[in-house]
Structure formats: structure tokens, C-alpha cells
Ligand binder design. Structure first.
Ligand SMILES: C[S@@+](CC[C@H](N)C(=O)[O-])C[C@H]1O[C@@H](n2cnc3c(N)ncnc32)[C@H](O)[C@@H]1O
Length: 327
């Protein structure tokens, strides 16, 4: 890579020694440098536009660039990707990586171009936003890192039938919001994991969404959780199971019912979805560390009647996410 400022900020984001204010500043500086280098013009039509797909909304070029400054997200994903490639290179002479939703900067794999050679790492990007692809192509050319990248595939990663799916050793996608709502992460992982080899390394390794009930009288600092129950685990194994399931159920990925009429729950309790992301190895994102793991509030509990339950469904389609109903 031939830009010392970009290199400097990536190294801060990767370093164990960096403190939160250094990380924050590095992420902002990196976003500004990459925006300039990729010639992203915020005034051009198309740069702000999100794209609606049959599997969810795709963040626009500007929005994808802004994800850079969610600094803990950027840091942990970059660290996880570097760690996974380092691990794979112990047993493989080269690593073939599939990156679904690379955005304008292919941000999460940029550190690889500092640490490895093109003979060690080959990256296939898939991106459906042509404005982002234009920025990405200018960026990798100016950074002189084109040798790491195959020709980008302009397609929907939730629908694409891969050629040579067996070739990939690792797959990365960060096409999600908290509680896996609105965007296509689930559909992309189901589609791609059902084509690739079973031993592929998936990043993030697992996304978990839980239902949480926070006591109505607990303080902001000292929240009392009455219960935390798993709703959805998204990983390689469940991607396989979900795919089989969806052949029969179409758009309902899962359904869970929780009995509210026991002594655990009380009127006024705050209900929410909690998201945690295990990126890879020792790198995770816990509650409130990133925009992706901010709790999503559900309406507070009303008076609970005998036998009352709450039923959750995770629905696929153009607006994926959880829905719930008191029954
Ligand atoms: C949240 S941005 C992340 C960009 C970059 N990977 C990063 O982490 O900074 C998600 C990117 O995925 C792309 N994307 C979303 N859904 C997609 C789909 N179904 N197929 C291909 N790309 C998709 C969006 O266009 C956007 O560029």
C-alpha cells in the first residue's frame, strides 16, 4: 500500500495499545482519507441512495463509508479478519477470501494488504451498488493494491450462484443492523454458506440475538435482567438448517413463544432485543460496543393475564427482522 496516512490509521485500529479516543480519531481520519482517495463525491446523485433488494435494504455508498467511524466495529472486524487469515496461512500456502458487500472501501480487508502478499491472499468482492464499486476500483488502483483483488462481481450476494464456490477458504460479510433487522445478512449467509465448503471460515463466526426483559425499577447503571433468552444464532451450522427450513416455510425463519405468565415478568418491565457478535477467535462485539450491538426496545410489558405469552418470528423478505405478538 502506498499511502502512509492510511497505513498509520489502520495500524492504530489494529493495535492492542490504542485507547478509545485514539481509535475514534483514527477511524474518522481513515474515513476521510478513503473518501478522498476513492473520489466519493457526496453531492453526486446516487451516493446517498440505499438500494432495496428482495432480501433487505443495502446501505448506500455514503452510509457504507460512514460505517468506518463505528470504530469498535471496524477494529474488531479488522482484527478478526487478520487473525483468521494468519491462522489459515499456518496450514494453507494461500487464502482465498470471499467478501460480500465490500462497499466503497473494502474496508475490512484493507489491513491484509499491509500484512500479506498477493500470493498469500486473494480476495473476491461481491457488491451490488455500482457507485460503491466505482469508488472501490479507484481506491485500490491508487493504493496500488489491485493485485490482491479479483475483478469485483456486481450482483446480489443473497441470490448469486457462485462459480467455483469450493475455492473459498474464508467468507466475510457485514451487511447487518442491530437485531438483524432490515438488511440482508441472514439471507446472504444462508445463500453463500450453502454453496461453499463446510470447512470455510465465516466472519462473523456467529451473531446472536436474545430477548431480554429488564426490570422496570432497575436503574440505568444497574440494570436488572429478569431474563435473557436466545432467539436466533446465525452461524455456519444454522445457515444450513435455515436453508432446509425455508424450503417449507418460505419467509418465516423461526418462531419462538415465551410464557410471560409466571412470576418472572412484571407489568412495566422493558423488553428488548440484544445483539452480540462473535467475529472470530477472541474478537467479539458485546452490547453497546457498536451501533450493531445497541439494544432494540420493544414496547414495555402491559398487565400480564394468566396464560399470556409473547410469540416471536424472524421474517425474511425485503424487510427482514423480528416481529412479535402477545398471545
Ligand atoms: C454496511 S456496508 C459495509 C461496507 C464494508 N464492508 C464495511 O464493513 O465497512 C454493507 C455493504 O454491503 C452491500 N450490500 C448489502 N446487501 C447486499 C447484497 N444483497 N449483495 C451485495 N452487496 C450488498 C451494501 O451495498 C454496502 O456496500
Amino acid at each position: 500500500m502506498n499511502n502512509k496516512n492510511i497505513e498509520f490509521n489502520i495500524n492504530i485500529l489494529l493495535s492492542k495499545e490504542s485507547n478509545p479516543s485514539q481509535l475514534r480519531q483514527a477511524a474518522i481520519d481513515l474515513k476521510n482519507l478513503l473518501t478522498e482517495m476513492s473520489e466519493m463525491d457526496e453531492n453526486k446523485p446516487g451516493v446517498m441512495l440505499t438500494l432495496d433488494t428482495p432480501s433487505g435494504r443495502a446501505t448506500g455508498t455514503y452510509g457504507a463509508a460512514m460505517c468506518t467511524i463505528d470504530y469498535m466495529r471496524t477494529r474488531r472486524f479488522m482484527q478478526g479478519v487478520v487473525s483468521a487469515v494468519t491462522e489459515l496461512l499456518k496450514t494453507h500456502s494461500s487464502v482465498k477470501l470471499l467478501y460480500a458487500g465490500c462497499g466503497p472501501f473494502a474496508l475490512l480487508v484493507l489491513p491484509l494488504t499491509l500484512l500479506f502478499t498477493p500470493a498469500q491472499v486473494q480476495i473476491q468482492c461481491i457488491e451490488l451498488n455500482t457507485t460503491s464499486i466505482g469508488c472501490f476500483q479507484k481506491l485500490i488502483s491508487k493504493l496500488n493494491v489491485k493485485a490482491f483483488f479479483k475483478e469485483v462481481i456486481c450482483d446480489d450476494a443473497a441470490e448469486i450462484k457462485l462459480q467455483q464456490a469450493d475455492a473459498y477458504d474464508m467468507m466475510i460479510t457485514e451487511t447487518m443492523m442491530h437485531a438483524l433487522k432490515n438488511e440482508a445478512q441472514v439471507a446472504i449467509i444462508i445463500n453463500l454458506m450453502n454453496q461453499c465448503r463446510k470447512d470455510i471460515v465465516l466472519i462473523p463466526h456467529e451473531v446472536q440475538v436474545q430477548f431480554a426483559c429488564i426490570a422496570h425499577d432497575s436503574s440505568l447503571l444497574n440494570k436488572v435482567f429478569r431474563s435473557q433468552l436466545p432467539l436466533l444464532h446465525l452461524n455456519k451450522q444454522t445457515a444450513q438448517e435455515f436453508s432446509n427450513w425455508l424450503q417449507h416455510r418460505n419467509d418465516v425463519l423461526l418462531q419462538k413463544t415465551i410464557d410471560l405468565s409466571n412470576d418472572v415478568y412484571h407489568e412495566g418491565d422493558k423488553l428488548s432485543y440484544l445483539t452480540t457478535i462473535h467475529v472470530y477467535g477472541r474478537y467479539s462485539l458485546f452490547i453497546n460496543e457498536s451501533g450493531l450491538t445497541v439494544p432494540v426496545a420493544i414496547q414495555p410489558l402491559q398487565k400480564i393475564n394468566p396464560g399470556q405469552s409473547i410469540q416471536f418470528q424472524y421474517r425474511m423478505g425485503s424487510k427482514p427482522g423480528f416481529v412479535y405478538e402477545f398471545i
